[in-house]
Ligand binder design. Structure first.
Ligand code: MN
Length: 228
């Protein structure tokens, strides 16, 4: 086997509840808009079909870690989200079979440089600079669906320094997990290791250096990061 000319990047993995094994992360897909109240707070049309963007795999930041406030922005927002971990790949996955493709679930925060995202929208440029920066995807350890089932009704919340800012329910998702998998798998072939961040309820807002950000989804898990 040939040697690498530079050191190979480490593989990104997530821990798994009740397991010694880890989940290898392949791609991170994110749903743009999936809760009507958040769509309204951003001034968009809730009848639009879902759309997707990606974050780089190595943007994963494990729960408990420091989140370094990213450069170029003065308006970094939290978006608490259900994370779906794909265990079985496929294309054009029928909704009725979609949950068979799910390994498990986690709790993620879609960290967003809102000022740069807004500028991108205005200039009709990609969202990448606002969404795909270093450490932009804090994520909890995963819980296997074989342990917890497939929750579709559960409180999803996030607090900043103990003040609850986002407080919703997975049942408010416009596109439930099977529909999201169906949509996304028409566009790309899903593979084991893919994560889907499924959108955020209302209440997004800025974080500051020194903040402690804690969130969770009932029955799935919790996440906590510290902004430095
Ligand atoms: Mn989001």
């Amino acid at each position: 086997m040939k040697e690498y000319v530079v050191p190979p990047p480490p593989r990104t993995v997530l821990g798994v509840n009740n397991s010694e094994k880890t989940f290898p992360v392949r791609r991170i897909y994110c749903v743009g808009r999936n809760y009507a109240d958040h769509i309204r707070e951003m001034g968009n049309d809730e009848r639009d079909p879902p759309f997707f963007f990606q974050k780089p795999t190595d943007a994963i930041l494990p729960s408990g870690r420091d989140f370094p406030y990213p450069p170029l922005s003065e308006d970094v927002h939290h978006e608490i989200e259900l994370v779906v971990a794909i265990g079985k790949g496929g294309s054009n996955i029928e909704q009725s079979h979609a949950l068979d493709h799910v390994y498990g679930y986690g709790v993620g925060i879609d960290m967003t440089r809102r000022d740069l995202q807004a500028k991108s929208k205005e200039m009709r440029r990609p969202w990448e600079i606002g969404k795909a920066f270093d450490h932009a995807a804090p994520c909890s350890i995963l819980s296997a669906a074989s342990d917890i089932g497939h929750p579709h009704e559960a409180r999803i919340w996030l607090g900043v320094n103990g003040d609850i800012k986002q407080d919703g329910d997975l049942a408010q998702q416009i596109w439930a997990v099977p529909e999201t998998i169906w949509h996304l798998s028409q566009s790309v072939e899903l593979m084991p290791g893919d994560l889907i961040m499924t959108g955020t309820p209302a209440g997004v807002g800025p974080v500051q250096r020194g903040d402690s950000i804690k969130g969770g989804i009932e029955g799935i898990g919790e996440i906590e990061i510290h902004v430095i």
